[in-house]
Design a protein around this ligand. Structure first.
Ligand SMILES: Nc1ncnc2c1ncn2[C@@H]1O[C@H](COP(=O)(O)OP(=O)(O)OP(=O)(O)O)[C@@H](O)[C@H]1O
Ligand SMILES: [Mg+2]
Length: 328
């Protein structure tokens, strides 16, 4: 929705807001007034609060009934990961209006899963996809167009068209990461993006904020980032997938004297992600284990899948079990 559609906003105010990165009413409505004040250079917080409130009213999103909320959740879609076992562990696949976090050691398959989702998200809903395009934020420089080409071809899709439907954004700093997310609202709405990937959400934050004294600043910024991601997912009914790194815990719990791995990002990521999945290597070629360890509506559980030329798919024994079940 154009900024000029907010009552009282003319060309000059709209320009000021646009120059500050608030490209449309949706972006403005979901931004804290304090941030609007700073970015658009308002002297008084009240002025920023008024404009944000006007944007919310223009969108009609200040209050909703529980019934409207129920209707909104009914619009949720699910995207297949390529593995039936992993889909059912996730309650039917990756969900829209939510953030799904995959965390694990290097080589655990996080990026491979993201690259596979770039392809499966483009499938029609009746084929298990979201029927939309993909926006991919690559913070580690590990996006591989060759690999996406291979996954698309192996799955019988047109690889060139599949690549055309993915918008790639290479991120160089945490500030850059924050800035580009502000622009994502418009991009996603315009280009029918149904899946946003951030691989990984944490690397710049971890790399830039060193030492205990910087931790509070880092966490505050990360919190803002995650909340914006969730609003994007809710407003545009799209799926957000983030990856996170594992970090070694130097102070293992009593009774467990081995150093333990835990997800980086602390409580902020723990609260902001809707569903959290731990990935680890398993014995056997390409095999990986996924474990749901935090979800508002799924039980904790594990499954095995594997990484192959097709991307992510079921491990052979899971395939056999599926077949036996369907024959019964
Ligand atoms: N074409 C392929 N066919 C089969 N397996 C592959 C293929 N490409 C990559 N892999 C597997 O995927 C693994 C790499 O996984 P991935 O890059 O997803 O890890 P990651 O969890 O993202 O790690 P990091 O934390 O370093 O980013 C490789 O070790 C290899 O086993
Ligand atoms: Mg990776």
């Amino acid at each position: 929705m154009e900024l000029e559609q907010i009552p009282g906003v003319g060309k000059s105010i709209a320009k000021r807001l646009r120059d500050a990165g608030f490209v449309n009413v949706e972006t403005l409505a979901v931004t804290p007034a304090r941030e609007v004040k700073e970015k658009a250079g308002y002297e008084k917080l009240e002025a920023a609060q008024r404009i944000v409130e006007a944007a919310r009213q223009a969108l009609g999103c200040s209050f909703i009934t529980a019934y409207e909320h129920w209707e909104m959740t009914k619009r949720r879609l699910r995207c297949t990961t390529g593995s039936k076992a992993l889909d059912s562990l996730l309650g039917g696949g990756i969900e829209t209006q939510a953030i799904t976090e995959f965390v694990g050691q290097y080589g655990s398959g996080k990026t491979q899963l993201c690259l596979t989702l770039c392809v499966t998200a483009q499938l029609k809903p009746e084929q298990g996809g979201l029927g939309g395009n993909v926006l991919y934020f690559d913070t580690e420089g590990t996006f591989s167009s060759n690999r996406v080409y291979q996954i698309a071809a192996e799955n019988g899709l047109d690889p060139g068209q599949t690549l055309h439907n993915i918008t790639l954004s290479r991120i160089y700093t945490s500030d850059h990461q924050m800035f580009l997310l502000d622009n994502a609202f418009e991009k996603c709405a315009e280009e029918n993006v149904k899946l946003v990937i951030v691989d990984s959400v944490i690397s710049h934050f971890r790399g830039e904020y060193l030492g205990r004294e910087t931790l509070a600043d880092r966490q505050q910024k990360l919190n803002l980032y995650m909340h914006k991601l969730l609003r994007l997912a809710e407003i545009l009914n799209l799926a957000v997938v983030v990856t996170n790194q594992a970090q070694s815990d130097p102070t293992p719990q009593w009774g467990n004297r081995q150093p333990e791995d835990r997800p980086a990002g602390g409580n902020i990521l723990a609260h902001a992600s809707t569903t959290r999945v731990w990935l680890r290597r398993a014995k056997g070629e390409g095999k990986r284990i996924a474990r749901v360890f935090d979800s508002p509506c799924l039980p904790e559980g594990e499954c095995v899948f594997r990484i192959t030329a097709k991307g992510i798919e079921d491990a052979p024994e899971e395939e056999k079990a599926e077949k036996a079940e369907s024959q019964e």
